[in-house]
Design a protein around this ligand. Structure first.
Ligand code: PLP
Length: 480
């Protein structure tokens, strides 16, 4: 349960002051700290309060006790190494979302927690005023639209704006084939429906975004998981073997800033992937939701940019780049399957809101969006860097963590002894949300992994929360 705010105990406020001195550099790494007795005298606190303050700082990894010498400010450990390439089981399985996934999912949006849960960035980082003004202008301008029943597959202005922006991903899309959806989730589900039947096998990344597992389950599909390398993403060699040995009907992937690994496939690999799937006649459902958050033009390029055959179905939305609250507006350009996907959309959910769609079109078209994206990329890189440092200092030794090329989620691999579901439970008791690794696979892998969202600007609460996650992980590792 989330803790009610209470007055800070004396030992904690003393620990906070010392931690501030260490993080500002006033107390330098390696510096010797006063003895417990001297600390208690300097600050007018009891010996036990001074001891508790030092213990807290030790637990957080800020200081260390050296036998017979006293307490010292810890030298920052080097950053943790990257996890190894993943090794999911090679056989396909019918997708069944785990029971724990529902519990975690329901918690993700709950207020009152220190949250490293949902892969959503803080509202404060987005150009909210621009979004509000665009929505208000659209509502004023489109008086007609409010009174009219929309029947199209999306406002033409938005479809045009999406095809213009797709040029940044190296893709030329005919706007008449772009369909506006209820978010990227619906885009992917429509594509899956267009190219598979229940019981078919779909290749997915491992670990994968858990929303895809839900879509596969809902459609009665089987999944075969493909290994991921933490920097370059999907293993093409493993995918080729899977294609050789199993009747795979589609591949669902996030080649640019994957979730949860944060990898970006190099351009040459994207080209190989496009060619491989084209040769095999297997469609790629490419999620480009985070492409604009990748650091370079080259990295932002989609696999679709290398496809000449209409074999790549492109899915996107705006909840990560424009405003978290616009998550409900997505799009799909389904390549060769554009007509099927348009018809599925007509059958399954119909038209959206023209007022909102035209506001989004304006936001994508008129200045400001590119500048806001540049700022987002900078903020996310800083936040991710800060979180990695804290993980290095406060998590158990042997912890590994990704170094994502854009975006704001981290994948943390803890020592084998740390059960991430147990860690998740202990975190909840402390009012902290993390997402345990088993949610990102159909297999029994990733029991010792976590996804952490670093999408919010760094605050004392977040830092403290992340250090507490590290402390709890260290306790589990030590069998406590
Ligand atoms: C890779 C990926 N695809 C799709 C989604 C869901 O997109 P939407 O909110 O537009 O449905 C998410 C949300 O976190 C995601 O990380």
């Amino acid at each position: 349960m989330s803790a009610e705010p209470t007055e800070m105990p004396l030992y904690l406020s003393l620990a906070e002051r010392l931690a501030d001195l260490a993080s500002s550099g006033s107390l330098r790494p390696g510096a010797r700290l006063p003895s417990v007795r001297a600390l208690s005298e300097q600050h007018g606190v009891s010996i036990s309060t001074a001891v508790q303050a030092y213990r807290t700082l030790e637990d957080r990894g800020v200081i260390e006790a050296r036998p017979k010498s006293g307490f010292f400010v810890r030298r920052p450990r080097s950053l943790p190494p990257l996890p190894a390439t993943t090794r999911p089981p090679p056989r396909p399985v019918t997708v069944e979302v785990k029971a724990i996934a529902d519990a975690v999912y329901d918690l993700l949006g709950e207020p009152g927690y220190v949250s490293f849960g949902a892969a959503a960035a803080s509202e404060s980082l987005y150009a909210n005023e621009r979004v509000r003004r665009a929505l208000a202008r659209s509502a004023r301008r489109e008086v007609d639209a409010l009174g009219r029943y929309a029947t199209s597959l999306g406002a033409v202005e938005l479809r045009q704006a999406i095809s213009r922006r797709a040029l940044n991903l190296g893709c030329e899309l005919d706007h008449r084939d772009v369909v506006i959806t209820n978010g990227c989730t619906e885009s992917v589900a429509l594509c899956l429906r267009a190219v598979t039947r229940p019981g078919d096998i779909v290749a997915i990344e491992s670990p994968t975004y858990f929303g895809f597992l839900r879509a596969l389950q809902a459609l009665g599909l089987r999944a075969v998981e493909i290994p991921m390398q933490p920097r370059s993403g999907l293993s093409l060699e493993a995918l080729e073997v899977a294609l050789d040995t199993q009747p795979i009907k589609a591949v669902v992937a996030v080649p640019t800033v994957s979730n949860p690994i944060g990898s970006v496939m190099p351009g040459a690999s994207k080209k190989r992937l496009a060619e491989l799937l084209q040769r095999r006649g297997v469609p790629l459902i490419e999620d480009v939701i985070c492409n604009e958050l990748a650091p370079t033009e080259e990295a932002r390029r989609a696999v679709r940019a290398f496809d000449r055959s209409g074999n790549v179905m492109l899915c996107g939305s705006f909840g990560k780049t424009l405003a978290p609250g616009l998550r409900g507006i997505g799009w799909v350009h389904a390549g060769r399957w554009s007509r099927e996907v348009a018809n599925l959309k007509r059958s399954l959910s119909g038209a959206g809101s023209a007022v909102v769609e035209r506001a989004v079109a304006e936001l994508l078209t008129h200045g400001g969006y590119d500048q806001s994206l540049r700022q987002l990329r900078r903020h996310f890189a800083e936040q991710v860097g800060a979180a990695r440092q804290i993980i290095g200092a406060a998590f158990p030794s042997g912890t590994k963590v990704t170094d994502p090329s854009g975006g704001y989620v981290l994948w943390v691999e803890l020592p084998k002894a740390v059960d991430a579901v147990e860690l998740y439970r202990r975190c909840i008791e402390q009012g902290i949300i993390v997402v345990p690794g088993p949610l990102f696979t159909t297999s029994t892998r990733y029991r010792n992994a976590l996804r952490l969202n670093a999408g919010a600007p760094w605050t004392a609460d977040l830092e403290q929360g992340l250090r507490t996650v590290g402390l709890l992980a260290r306790e589990i590792a030590a069998g406590r």
